[in-house]
Write a protein that binds this ligand. Structure first.
Ligand code: FAD
Ligand code: AMP
Length: 477
């Protein structure tokens, strides 16, 4: 007899595994189908844990420590001998972090009674799921409900076809076993900047080629401008308006042709990272008669609670519209598990945080100044720098600022934009404020601990009305 489950989740990334665990907590009989082999072993955790968020942050942390040891410690009066990097050891540490976390998900599945089916799932008509195990015979499973959570894969562009260990995507860029002398990066998006930073900190000469003229167009303009300045000073050679038109791999180097407003150019690199975006992974995920439809951008079409066009079938995470972020996938997974369990649930897409884990970090939530203006909202803004914050100065880590965008008529907070130390954590204060519908005055009237980085949040809120204390501002009222 066919196996049957209350819920079958296809894909065990952050979206899929959270949905599976929450549904099991709610008493459902749940299976999660995941086909991934990581370094030869079946692995849960998806892109994020295996080849995305976690390994990239492990390398960003190691390389930040290296860079700080070489360039930052002397300011504290600390002298160290020659500082060296053992790339293989750094990679081994990253692999351990990944292994611990993915293994942890397998334990959570066991503890919650979620069945992990190792292999590929495909949605068929009538809410049946075809399961092709990594080993063994294909079977058809009956499912009351199905969640498609197959995530995304890197976009490949014909002008930069991958060549093993020479022209690589983000996955390959996490595995370099030595520091390239000259590294090219195509795409100045989040992934390109993070991976470019990793290898630049270890001494690679990094050139980032970006087709579009604008830098970080999703960010508030003031933040993007500051980021361009800071990252440039760190040595990232970011060339905007530079469209890659061809690549040629020869021996151990790659020649990249690109065009900008001055004409055609070429550069030679030891390695090239292609970081031009990701596409939803729909290959073989559902049969043509399953009833699933795609939207105009080839994401699985869903409503605002992740229902597909087939009753009882949901799709979440990178597979569907919205930012391709792990926490967005997770929240959608939780929401859908709750909905299937008969509870009310929704995701507030207006308060999804974006973070770029460069140093300093860049983080934002809500509307940018440009966005709010384009929507015809009469706004007021306030900005305050880390450069005069006691804690930031004490740590010798005082670049960047916090900026608020607020509705001039109602005082309601619309957006928070941070570039600076700990931005990815600090920005959560903005997210919580937006969720609670806070006004700027609410933040002005709260007591922030001294000396903390969060005092910059307080001062930025005060500065919206020209009343920051640690900067000379002409009082507005
Ligand atoms: P995924 O994590 O992609 O998981 C989908 C899983 O489904 C995969 O494991 C795949 O093997 C499996 N699958 C696919 N088809 C089938 C099938 N037919 N049967 C069975 N299994 C299948 N996001 C952040 O929020 N913060 C970050 O710092 C961050 N850093 C990143 C860094 C890099 C280098 C990259 C590449 C991505 C990063 N992301 C980050 C994005 C993040 O990884 C994704 O948004 C997130 O993983 C999406 O989760 P998901 O569950 O939708 O899909
Ligand atoms: P993201 O989608 O944020 O990961 O960013 C990917 C970036 O790659 C975008 O900013 C694109 O403009 C850029 N890009 C795409 N194709 C090319 C190309 N051929 N040359 C240079 N940049 C590109």
């Amino acid at each position: 007899m066919a196996q049957s489950f209350d819920l079958v989740v296809i894909g065990g990334g952050p979206g899929g595994y959270e949905a599976a665990i929450r549904a099991a907590q709610l008493g459902m009989k749940v299976a999660c189908i995941e086909k991934r082999l990581h370094k030869g072993k079946p692995a849960l955790g998806g892109t994020c844990l295996n080849v995305g968020c976690i390994p990239s942050k492990a390398l960003l942390d190691s390389t930040h420590r290296f860079h700080d040891a070489v360039h930052g410690l002397s300011a504290h009066g600390i002298t160290v001998g020659e500082v060296a990097i053992d790339v293989k050891a750094m990679q081994a540490r990253k692999d351990t972090v990944v292994g611990n976390l993915t293994g942890g998900i397998a334990q959570l599945f066991k503890g919650n009674g979620v069945t992990w089916l190792q292999g590929s799932g495909k949605l068929l008509a009538g809410r049946k799921v075809e399961f092709t195990p990594l080993e063994g015979a294909v079977e058809t499973i009956d499912a009351q409900h199905v969640i498609l959570a197959t995530g995304s894969v890197p976009v490949n562009i014909p002008v930069a076809a991958l060549v093993e260990d020479l022209i690589v995507d983000s996955t390959g860029a996490l595995e370099f076993q030595s520091v390239p002398k000259r590294l090219g990066v195509i795409g100045a998006g989040v992934i390109g900047l993070e991976l470019g930073s990793v290898w630049s900190r270890l001494g690679a000469e990094v050139v980032v080629l970006e087709a579009v003229d604008a830098f970080l167009p999703a960010c508030d303009k003031a933040v993007a401008k500051e980021a361009m300045k800071i990252l440039g000073k760190q040595g990232l050679d970011i060339r905007l308006g530079a469209r890659v038109t061809g690549t040629e791999a020869k021996g151990k180097s790659v020649t990249v042709k690109f065009a900008d407003k001055d004409g055609e150019h070429s550069e030679v690199f030891d390695k090239l990272i292609v970081a031009v975006g990701r596409r939803p992974f729909t290959d073989g995920v559902f049969s043509t008669d399953s009833g699933i439809t795609l939207d105009e951008r080839r994401f699985v079409h869903v409503d605002n609670q992740c229902r597909t066009s087939v009753p009882g079938v949901y799709a979440i995470g990178d597979l569907v519209r919205g930012p391709m972020l792990a926490h967005k996938a997770m929240e959608e997974g939780m929401m859908v598990a709750e909905l299937i369990g008969g509870h009310h649930a929704q995701v507030n897409y207006d308060t999804i945080i974006g973070v770029i884990y460069t140093h300093p970090e860049i983080a934002w939530v809500g509307k940018t100044e440009e966005q709010a203006k384009s929507e015809g909202i009469d706004i007021k803004t306030g900005q305050f720098a880390f450069a005069v914050n006691g804690r930031a100065l004490a740590s010798n880590d005082a670049q960047g600022f916090v900026k608020f965008v607020a509705d001039a008529a109602t005082d309601r907070l619309l957006g928070m934009h941070v570039i600076g130390p700990g931005a990815g954590d600090i920005v959560h204060q903005g997210m919580i404020s937006l969720e609670f519908g806070a006004s700027v005055e609410d933040l002005q009237l709260m007591t922030f601990a001294h000396p903390t980085l969060s005092e910059v949040v307080h001062e930025a809120a005060l500065s919206v009305d020209g009343r920051a204390i640690h900067a000379v501002q002409r009082k507005k009222k």
